[in-house]
Each structure stands twice: as structure tokens, then as C-alpha cells.
Design a protein around this ligand. Sequence first.
Ligand code: C2E
Ligand code: MG
Ligand code: MG
Ligand code: MG
Length: 287
Amino acid sequence: RAKAQGPGGMEIYTEALGRRASQMLTLRQKIRRGLDAGEFIAHFQPKVETATGRIVGLEALARWSTADRGLVPPSEFIEIAEEYGLIDAICEQVMTDSCRWIRDWQAQGAIPVPVAVNVSGRQFHNSRLLLGQIRSALETWQVSPDLLELELTESSAMADPAQAISVVTQLKDMGIFCAIDDFGTGYSSLSVLRRFPIRYLKIDRSFINGVSHSGEDAAIVRAVIAMARALGLSVVAEGIETSAQWAFLRQEGCDQGQGYLFSRPVAGAVIAGLLQTVFVGAPQVGS
Ligand code: C2E
Ligand code: MG
Ligand code: MG
Ligand code: MG
């Protein structure tokens, strides 16, 4: 906060503000240059099927590959990029990189699994641009649309549901399925949710965290699974870190899980090998 007392207070305040503003501007310029250099890439985290322990999907997560700072995580650039109108360009690079890898894994003889790319709510304002980018990425790398999915957070889906439903419907018509991400952290009206032609819900990590020790989290997760069933949707749990959490989710009939327990997000180059892994169920671990 500003040091408001004393005659010099105001100056100190504006100085601090000015410093922050110039840092933001510098970051914006760096992102622009990073975009020009094609520095935004995708890493991939597996989605594991509860019933079989097989990898049945991947989530693409943006990474900024810089010469001086190495791999920069999304927490350091997504919000800023949204603010400065650069998110579409970043998403395009992540999507194109994902399609390039899908093609590469196919060439290596890996079993194809769908890759889900995250989109921000802002990208739904300009759906023409988004749909155009998707078409061109698929075409460039000759990837079938059923191998690409999109994840949209619950809060962006519910910010303007009519618009989101329209875009999700157009995507579905193109053969691309969507998921609602971070479910439980937004405010879904069930009557609106049922109108979304989505394929699955991803239960937010914050609820998965406590399932093995908090009765409340366990009850919430059970309720989400039951609700998804009623709506004919699959459920994916994100942020699984322990075998106790995995055991709970398997027992409750959650369809898929994702988390550090199986794998952190990794570079595309190691995915073809990773896809062959079968994760044994929690009850068998260590026995
Ligand atoms: P998200 O889509 O909910 O992705 C899951 C995040 O949780 C990822 O963080 C992932 O690395 C992390 N995670 C996965 N398993 C675990 C676990 O077991 N424990 C913990 N503690 N974390 C786990 P990441 O890669 O840093 O991404 C953060 C967020 O940034 C994403 O959350 C997503 O909202 C956003 N993001 C990432 N890539 C993109 C993108 O290409 N476009 C847009 N618009 N947003 C993106
Ligand atoms: Mg996601
Ligand atoms: Mg998520
Ligand atoms: Mg999340």
C-alpha cells in the first residue's frame, strides 16, 4: 500500500505504481517477442482411465520456453496475456504444437488419444478466430478433429452461457468435444449446465485434495459424480497426488484421473513411450 502520510507520500506512491506499470509493459513486450520467436509450446499430462489404468487422453499445458529463464509456467503469463489481448496468439501456438505432436506420436506408432487444449473465456468472444485457428492447425498437421478437445473453465463458461453454448455447439459440429474445467469453483446453474453439449466435467483439484481425510470434500466429489451421471457426462478428477485419493475416486466410479501421482506435465518427446504405461490400481500398489 501507498505511504500516504507526509509531503513526499504521493510521490512514493506514483513511483511504485510507475514501476509496476513499466514491469507490465516490459513483460508484454517480452511476450510479443516470444510469440514472434514461437516460444510458446505445449507440455502434456496424461489422463488415466479408472477402470483400466490406461492413458486415454492428454491435457496440453502452455509453457513459455525462454533462452534466459528456461520454461516459464502459465501463472506468469496467461493473465497478462489475456489482459493485453495476446491470449489468442498464445493459444494458437499451443494448439499448433499439440497437433504437431499428435502427428509425431502417430508416426511413432503410438495409440492415438485425444489432446485437450485449455481456452480462456476471452477466446469465445471471437469464435470465428478460434474456430479458424483450430481448423488451420488440424489441416496443417492432418489431424482428425476427434483427437482435439477443449477445456473451458466453469467460471468462463458461466460468465456468458449463451455465447459459450453457441461456441461449444459449433465445435461439436466440427467434431471437437469440450470439457468444463475446474468444476466446483464457479457458479453453475444446473439448468444452464445441462444445455452445454460437453463431454465431461473436470472436478477441481481443491476438492480432490481432501477426499481421503475430509468428509466434506468427499461428499462434494460424490455429489459431482452423481450429478454428472444424471446429465450423461463423464467425470475427470484433477490433481490426484496420493494413492488414497485415487482409491477413493475409483471406488466412487469417477471415470478418469489426472495428477502428479501418475505424471507431471511432460515434454512431447517422452509421450509416445509414456502412452504404453498401465497404472495399476491403488489397492495393488506395494502388494
Ligand atoms: P488447469 O487447466 O486446471 O490445469 C491443471 C494445472 O494443475 C496445471 O498447472 C498442472 O500442472 C497442475 N497439476 C496437475 N496435476 C497436479 C497435481 O497432482 N498437483 C498439483 N498441485 N498440481 C497439478 P499449470 O500447467 O501450471 O497450468 C495452470 C493453469 O494455467 C491451467 O489450469 C490453466 O487454467 C492455465 N493454462 C495452462 N495452459 C493454458 C493455455 O494454453 N491456455 C489457457 N487459456 N490457459 C492455460
Ligand atoms: Mg485444464
Ligand atoms: Mg483444471
Ligand atoms: Mg484447476
